[in-house]
Design a protein around this ligand. Structure first.
Ligand SMILES: [Zn+2]
Length: 228
């Protein structure tokens, strides 16, 4: 958790060319990417569409602030999640038991309403040959969370990335989150959280391994459908 994600992406990017995406921070701007001024003008349009006066003092700097906030919210596009996991440690003394990182808090945004998704992820894997620094697992979660998401896709992306790079004996990911598009609009149901999971390898094939993981994580409460 030491360095800035964008910096890290810059340092590691281009490694194997996987998942090279256009970054919102301008480091990897593609031909179709609008200029900052255009983004700010779009925010101004929305302010006026909401019914307010975009020129009043309180709103004058809002388009610039929103653009800066979006750079933070969507910093994940500039990060190659696979590159984050490429530095591994092989001197593990044969450790092949579960490595579990619990309660990784994240903030994301739903791709349907741009509303915040706030929750936590539990990530586990069964090392075969290599282990990775645990902060890297946090960074993989962040790299996918800081994009426009649906929770189901994010859960699978995290699991597949760990599976593809570390090639472990199994990967398990459980994500629990509250969707503000459900709590502040639409059905207006606060207190509902959505739980998604992805089990690969031995977590899928071996019921006792899966049970051990789920008991360590604690049984997630309150499953619900997104966008009910
Ligand atoms: Zn939504």
């Amino acid at each position: 958790m030491s360095s800035d994600p964008a910096q890290e992406a810059g340092a590691l990017g281009g490694g194997n060319g996987q998942l090279q995406e256009i970054g919102i921070d301008g480091t990897a701007a593609g031909p179709g990417r609008p200029a900052r001024e255009e983004a700010e003008a779009a925010v101004r349009t929305l302010l006026r569409w909401a019914g307010d006066d975009a020129d009043r003092e309180g709103l004058r700097d809002t388009p610039a602030r929103v653009a800066r906030a979006w750079e933070e919210f969507f910093a994940g596009y500039a990060i190659d999640p696979k590159a984050l996991l490429e530095r591994t440690f092989s001197e593990t003394e044969g450790y092949d038991e579960m490595v579990l990182l619990r309660d990784i808090r994240f903030e994301s945004h739903c791709e349907h309403h741009l509303a915040p998704i706030i929750g936590c992820a539990h990530v586990a894997y069964l090392p075969k040959h290599r282990v990775v620094g645990i902060s890297k697992l946090v960074r993989v979660v962040e790299a996918f969370a800081r994009r426009l998401q649906i929770q189901e896709k994010m859960t699978v992306q995290i699991a597949n990335t760990i599976n593809d790079v570390l090639e472990p004996n199994g990967v398990a990911v459980v994500v629990e989150a509250a969707h503000q598009c459900m709590t502040t609009r639409g059905v207006h149901k606060p207190g509902v959280s959505m739980v998604t999971s992805c089990m690969l390898g031995q977590f899928r094939s071996n019921a006792s391994t899966r049970r051990e993981f789920l008991s360590l994580v604690g049984t997630p409460q309150g499953t619900s459908n997104h966008h009910a």
